[in-house]
Design a protein around this ligand. Structure first.
Ligand SMILES: [Fe+2]
Length: 335
């Protein structure tokens, strides 16, 4: 796989990443119009910013406060929340990964550190885990490692649930846009192994290390990703219409940034796009909290529409595919 990366920054003069209001979804005509606008965004750039959404901003604010308190702790204290070696979802604290390696691009380490939550945890009681065979159970069912800073647990779990629910609502609109059954994605994502990640980006170094990104260029591997925008710049998307440039995602404070993952492209038969994106470090430290909606491991994901010519149409079993992609992000390039 050869991937050419842009080398300049641009401005979004032509609404490449549009801002779309979700107000009026209860009205059938408005619903069709909004589904069309969201669909057009995923067909063109793979990204949009939704406003008038249902994810409570105060919960996001509480989570960022609690998470910053955690990330500011000494390294050895954070390391106590590190992932169990057996946990293929890497939940807990981690500071060594290379997002770009997941798509086969070699970079040095990313500057971000992160903390992850996954619902495949028996103590949460959120998922029926009986359908998992022993291999997937050993790989994916583990206790979460939630820091004890005030408000962390409550805000992380509330944000997770609100964001996952909002993304499933958006996916129903995309089913409408694609001409699929309204519950197509609800069924595909039954028992979803959705992941929440809190990324902590440091301020830009005076002299950045060569080849180091805040978060390297990558596409998201799952169905759909959503995060609330802090208002701080940093997230950029490759412009397919001008592939020499990175386009900034509009910094709408509290706006819901949504992007299609590689598996949504597969389901859509290549009609939607999953954009290459990256994070550049800014003047100040900042957090992002993406929620990645992903099917259950035993789910087979395949095109729901006739694949367009030249698109990848091979079905994947999510668990095996996920373990592969995540493994690449953490592998040592010398291995
Ligand atoms: Fe991403």
């Amino acid at each position: 796989m050869t991937i050419t990366l842009p080398d300049t920054d641009a401005v979004d003069e032509h609404g490449y990443v549009p801002v779309v209001s979700l107000a009026g979804l209860d009205d059938p005509d408005q619903r069709v119009r909004i589904a069309g606008e969201l669909g057009a965004a995923l067909r063109r750039s793979g990204f949009y910013v939704a406003v008038d959404h249902t994810v409570p901003v105060p919960v996001f604010d509480r989570l960022t406060t609690a998470a910053l308190e955690f990330f500011h702790r000494p390294e050895e204290e954070k390391a106590r929340y590190g992932p169990s070696p057996a946990d293929a979802t890497r939940r807990g604290f981690t500071s060594r990964y290379r997002a770009a390696s997941g798509i086969g691009v070699v970079t040095d380490e990313d500057a971000a550190e992160a903390w992850a939550l996954n619902p495949y945890d028996e103590s949460l009681g959120w998922r029926d885990l009986d359908a998992l065979g022993p291999t997937y159970r050993a790989a994916f069912v583990h206790p979460n490692r939630i820091p004890d800073t005030p408000g962390f647990r409550e805000s992380a779990l509330t944000y997770f649930a609100a964001m996952e629910s909002q993304i499933l609502t958006l996916l129903a609109l995309h089913a409408l846009d694609l001409g699929l059954a309204p519950d197509h994605f609800t069924r595909l994502c039954a028992g979803a192994m959705t992941n929440l990640v809190v990324n902590h980006y440091p301020p830009k170094r005076a002299e950045p290390l060569p080849g180091q990104s805040c978060l390297g260029p990558h596409t998201d591997l799952g169905i759909m990703t959503g995060l609330l925008h802090s208002g701080q710049p940093g997230l950029q998307v490759v412009d397919r219409e001008n592939p020499g440039a990175w386009i900034p995602v509009p910094p709408v404070p509290g706006g819901l940034v949504v992007n299609a993952g590689d598996l949504l492209v597969l389901v859509s038969g290549g009609r939607y796009r999953s954009a290459l994106h990256r994070v550049v470090c800014g003047a100040e430290e900042r957090l992002s909290v993406p929620v990645f909606v992903q099917p259950a491991p035993q789910t087979t994901v395949a095109p729901a529409l006739p694949p367009l010519p030249g698109t990848d149409a091979a079905p994947v079993e999510f668990g095996a595919y996920f373990a592969d992609r995540i493994g690449m992000m953490y592998a040592d390039p010398e291995d």
